[in-house]
Every structure is written in structure tokens, then in C-alpha cells.
Design a protein around this ligand. Structure first.
Ligand code: COA
Length: 154
């Protein structure tokens, strides 16, 4: 059973590990090696801990093991990653439902995300719609939005 809870400082190494494995095993299909290497170097445990201090970061946990993460700054979505072996089992949807509900409870009327090429179809499936595209230090991204209805976090 997968639970969603707030990030704790001692999750930093596990979250960094998930991000690194996703980048090398999944996102590397859509992005050049140079970008993957740069992103892996960026998302160290120290950087994850710093980001968790600047944003609201949550983790998905199965039997005490962190299997996914996402964070938000207001209504903006960041660092959405699911352990490669757990992909396709609804963890990403659970994490997104959770932070969307938190943003809605704060009064936001829409959510916005910057999606990798890899995650674009996932966000479309969750009801997000394309707004524009962007080029970042981490390569090509889609910017998508989804209207939020008022609801409580799970
Ligand atoms: C993108 C990602 C977070 C999705 O997480 P996940 O746990 O596999 O997603 P879920 O199982 O909750 O899928 C939710 C829905 O999206 C669909 N979906 C997910 N990935 C999809 C894809 N690549 N193409 C088409 N549909 C997809 C699922 O079929 C599911 O649909 P359903 O609930 O109607 O059956 C995960 O694949 C991942 O971590 N990828 C690598 C890292 C990455 O790109 N992160 C995003 C950075 S912007």
C-alpha cells in the first residue's frame, strides 16, 4: 500500500536516488546525455533538502521505502518523479491529486506544470492542457495548466 506524506530531511538521499534513476533509465530516452548528466549532478541530496525548504515537497512511501515525490510552490508543480520499477501503478496520479488538493485548499483556481517530453502524456491524461513550450537549462519542456475545483487533500 502506498501512502503520501510530507518530505522529511532523512528522505533526501532516497529522493535524490529516485530522481537519478528516472533521469538515467527513463528520461534519457527523450533527452541528450549532456542534459541528463547535468540534471543528475543538480539533484544531489543536499539540493533536494534545499528545495524542500523552499517548496512544499511530498513523498509516496510503500513499506517505509520512498517510491515517488513531487513538490509545489503555490500552484506550480516541480520535481515529479516515480521510482522506475513503480511506474504505471498510479503513484504519480496519487501524488498529483495530493498537491492539487493542497493548492485548491489554498485558494488557487488552476495548477501549472513544466513537463518533460517524457511526462507530457501523463499530464494530458490527468486533465492538463498545453499552454506553451519552453527551453530551459534542462532542455525542452511543455507548460500545461489544469483548472482546480475546491477539495480537501487526501
Ligand atoms: C511521469 C511519471 C511521474 C508518471 O508516474 P506514474 O506513477 O507512472 O503515473 P500513473 O501510473 O499514476 O499514471 C496516471 C495515468 O497517466 C497515464 N500515463 C502515465 N505515463 C504515461 C505515458 N508515458 N504515456 C501515456 N499515458 C501515461 C497512465 O496510463 C495513467 O492513466 P489511467 O490512470 O487513466 O490509467 C513517471 O512515469 C516518471 O517518474 N517518469 C520519469 C520522470 C519524469 O519524466 N518526471 C516528470 C518530470 S516533468
Amino acid at each position: 500500500m502506498v501512502d503520501i506524506r510530507s518530505f522529511r530531511t532523512d528522505d533526501a538521499a532516497a529522493v535524490s536516488g529516485i530522481v537519478g534513476r528516472c533521469l538515467r533509465e527513463i528520461n534519457s530516452r527523450d533527452y541528450p546525455a549532456e542534459i541528463i548528466t547535468r540534471m543528475c549532478a543538480h539533484f544531489t541530496p543536499e539540493r533536494i533538502e534545499q528545495l524542500a525548504g523552499e517548496r512544499q515537497m511530498v513523498v509516496a512511501v510503500e513499506a517505509d521505502t520512498v517510491v515517488g515525490t513531487v513538490s509545489r510552490d503555490g500552484n506550480k508543480v516541480f520535481t515529479m518523479f516515480v521510482e522506475p520499477a513503480m511506474i504505471g501503478r498510479g503513484v504519480g496520479r496519487r501524488l498529483m491529486n495530493h498537491i492539487e488538493a493542497l493548492a485548491a485548499a489554498d485558494g488557487h483556481d488552476h495548477m501549472e506544470t513544466g513537463a518533460s517530453i517524457t511526462a507530457h502524456e501523463f499530464y494530458l491524461r490527468l486533465g492538463y492542457a498545453d499552454v506553451r513550450t519552453s527551453e530551459t537549462e534542462f532542455g525542452f519542456n511543455y507548460i500545461l495548466r489544469k483548472p482546480l475545483a475546491a477539495r480537501m487533500p487526501e
